[in-house]
Design a protein around this ligand. Sequence first.
Ligand code: AMP
Length: 218
Amino acid sequence: MRIVLLGPPGAGKGTQAAILTDYYKVLHLATGDLLREEVAKASELGLKAKGYMEKGELAPDELVIDMVINKLNSPEAEKGFILDGFPRNVAQAEAFGKRLAEKSINLDNVIYLETSEDIIVKRLTGRRICRACGAVYHVVNIPPKVKGVCDKCGGELYQRKDDTIETIKNRLKVYNQQTAALIDYYKKEDKLFMVSGDVDTRELFTKLQEYFKKQNII
Ligand code: AMP
């Protein structure tokens, strides 16, 4: 299984990628998560990316592309991968495609989660994440049993700094200006499968499972 999940912030890419990678036992490669880890470590890469992330802008391509290629070269990626949040523009898609071709690897599909803006804003402003295990909650849709506490591990729940309304607006602008072009890019490569991201997590997972089965993607 070699899949890219494409869609605006809040489309459910991270949630689906987590469920799918657990089910299919492939690598979940989320560039946003990797970058946040680097920021938390205050590494050179993290320090370079931090300002962009806080504003909802894209981090420079060279930082992200090298990071992804290194992960794809690791043994963890051998069984397959689901990319979540990468590529984010045409330059990244081209660099990624070139790298896959060099390794004679074929991308199975790009799943585009088409999602409406009012749903995105509601999902992102209500999103809370566990600091310890990364589990994702929503203050209305998936509330934890105890406010602010993770059901799974007891960790503290926090709100991402870029999940505020102003930064969400900018992330959507950046998505429309830079990332949405990848819909046509992958349509031309005949790789795109479009599905609604407005439905709930379980329904979307079932749809994707059925699709992968039909396509013989395992
Ligand atoms: P995400 O967790 O996917 O919403 O990403 C959070 C932030 O990380 C984005 O707003 C960007 O600043 C940065 N980021 C994540 N993936 C990429 C990427 N492929 N290229 C550039 N910046 C990225």
